[in-house]
Design a protein around this ligand. Structure first.
Ligand SMILES: [Zn+2]
Length: 159
């Protein structure tokens, strides 16, 4: 990656961090005074704040990590395969640490895990161990009638 491009991202990251510091300074202390309605809405607002702040903190860590990578000279390299992450991808997601191929592979893997968990919790409303699913008890997502077959199989397993 060209030095000027790296400088461009460095500037962006530093700007994000300095804006964050201003934002943190502006946060007002939690107010628990007022009537009950006020308290409830304040608590709700605080919960929202908390979630936003948590997400923000994760992002800020990524920004700091990216800055560190710039210092180390590894910014823009895929952490998995070492390939150069494309400029367009970095523009869309400056803190990306995987190239698009590795990211897609990772997401595919995550989706498969999610689907397995979903299938296992749906059957009879009980948790069926994944090993059983892999032995042929997995429900065909495209067929609803198959659910009953799987359910009966499950009854056979537990009885
Ligand atoms: Zn990669």
């Amino acid at each position: 990656m060209e030095k000027a491009t790296i400088e461009q991202f460095k500037k962006l990251f530093l700007e994000i961090l300095s804006e964050e510091e201003v934002f943190e300074g502006k946060l007002s202390p939690t107010s628990l005074e007022g009537d009950e309605v006020d308290i409830v809405s304040t608590e709700k607002a605080n919960q929202m704040d908390f979630r936003l702040q948590a997400r923000n903190a994760i992002y800020m860590n990524k920004v700091r990590k990216s800055l560190q990578k710039i210092e180390e000279g590894t910014f823009g390299e895929c952490e998995d395969c070492g390939a150069e992450i494309t400029y367009n991808r970095l523009l869309a997601r400056p803190t990306a640490d995987l190239c698009i191929h590795c990211k897609e592979a990772e997401e595919k893997e995550e989706n498969q895990l999610v689907n397995k968990n979903r299938a296992s919790t749906k059957i009879g409303g009980r948790h069926l161990p994944i090993e059983h699913l892999e032995k042929g008890y997995q429900r065909d997502e495209t067929s609803t009638s198959n659910f009953h077959v799987s359910h009966m199989d499950y009854q056979d397993i537990v009885s």
